[in-house]
Design a protein around this ligand. Structure first.
Ligand SMILES: *Cc1c(COP(=O)(O)O)cnc(C)c1O
Length: 396
């Protein structure tokens, strides 16, 4: 048995079979490079699903966490943890002046936001407890999060789900208007649906969403778990629109690989939250915070400019490719370094495998969309190489 076959067998023998996995084992990462157990080199166009945005084993983050490792790791939220305030201030600087809660994942951040919206709504006179979310959305895997996720495949088999959730057709102003009333306590949006297929919201839809939330006294919640931390060429995805969210939820790239989740909200919302309402044992511990602070310090205007320059570059190449192969690529959507390529007449799973054999790690999304979420360390040369490889695959 080969080394890999042995590892695969061990996975099968020891792990709950929630995942289907590729037969690859990565043992080292550096920037946008990955190395597998056979020392083969790959270029990562996935960032571990938009987690290592600053690159694998980022030096600055590593230095910060290493320094923290030798001081204190964990103490619990029974005590003040000054690094939490430091990270919250950085979040405020990059989004809006507000207050934060720290947890460990995206699903937990959304779970927290659901609880906040429900609790605040239930205090008001017209029993406000309905949550609205969009069809095609993804908000995580806990029962509450799948209850607010508008995709059947994540929900099936777990009924009864959390009641009081309704789904609006994506970008459908009429449907949003129809489903909104005074019983709505919160509306969940992704500025650009990630798992749903890299699908951006329209400016009109977001404007309408904000108006309806204000009119009906509901919280406007942006799930920035995938679109946050520079991914779309702005600090957060909602910044592509003229909108002021009441809550943003974060995770994925916030810790560049250390588990950090966050909820950031306005002082007005905070004023309605009593102590004891929610908690997390691990959330906001020193190690996680040291990573988050290092990441947000790296996330500056200069980095955004770099992301947007690369975005333009890849847009030109992919648009050309689409024009050359209209029977293989039906649409390309590029927002910062969040990229969706709709394939036709060729199965995206096969394309991903072929790219992997050629040394490129990519992702899928939606129905048949090839999704790219490269680390921000990526350069034009790597993009050229990737587009060339993709052309080889789709031109046959
Ligand atoms: C990944 C993701 C989540 C879930 O985050 P986990 O850390 O896996 O719990 C939630 N919302 C969006 C938009 C995501 O992309």
């Amino acid at each position: 048995m080969t080394k890999i076959q042995n590892i695969v067998k061990n996975t099968e023998n020891t792990l709950i079979p929630f995942y289907t996995r590729f037969d690859r084992v990565f043992v080292k990462g550096k920037g946008h490079y990955l190395y597998d157990i056979q020392e083969k080199e790959y270029i990562d166009f996935s960032s571990g699903i938009s987690v290592v945005n600053m690159g694998h084993a980022n030096k600055v983050v590593k230095k910060a966490v290493k320094k923290q490792l030798s001081k204190i790791w964990h103490i619990s939220n029974l005590f003040h943890i000054p690094l939490q305030s430091d990270l919250s201030i950085l979040l405020s600087e990059h989004s809006f002046v507000g207050k934060s809660f720290f947890c460990n994942s995206g699903t937990e951040a959304n779970e927290t936001a659901i609880k906040m919206a429900r609790f605040i709504g239930n205090q008001k006179k017209d029993k406000k407890n309905k949550i609205l979310a969009l069809k095609g959305s993804f908000h995580g895997r806990t029962i509450a999060a799948i209850s607010a996720t508008g995709q059947e495949k994540y929900r099936k088999g777990f009924e009864p789900l959390l009641p009081g959730v309704d789904f609006v057709n994506y970008n459908d102003l009429r449907d949003l208007q129809d489903k909104f009333d005074d019983t709505v306590c919160g509306l969940f949006l992704e500025a650009i649906q990630g798992e749903g297929g890299v699908r951006p919201l329209s400016a009109e839809f977001v404007e309408q969403a904000q108006n309806l939330c204000r009119k009906h006294d509901a919280l406007l919640i942006f799930d920035e778990v995938q679109t946050g931390i520079g991914r779309t060429g702005t600090y957060f995805g909602y910044q592509h629109f003229e909108v002021q969210p009441d809550i943003i939820t974060l995770a994925k790239a916030l810790g560049n690989g250390l588990p950090v989740g966050a909820v950031h909200t306005t002082p007005a919302v905070c004023a309605q939250i009593p102590t004891g309402l929610h908690a997390s044992t691990f959330g906001g511990n020193y190690l996680a915070m040291s990573a988050g602070i290092a990441v947000l310090k790296l996330l500056d205007k200069k980095l955004l400019d770099h992301i947007n320059a690369l975005s333009k570059y890849i847009k030109n190449l992919l648009t050309e490719l689409q024009e050359k192969f209209p029977k293989r690529i039906s649409d390309v959507r590029i927002i910062g370094l969040m990229i969706g390529i709709d394939l036709i007449g060729i199965e995206v799973g096969k394309v991903i495998l072929r790219l992997m054999n050629m040394g490129y790690i990519t992702l899928r999304a939606g129905e048949n969309t090839l999704r790219l979420l490269p680390p921000f360390t990526i350069g034009k040369t790597e993009i050229d190489m990737f587009v060339y490889a993709l052309e080889q695959i789709i031109s046959v």
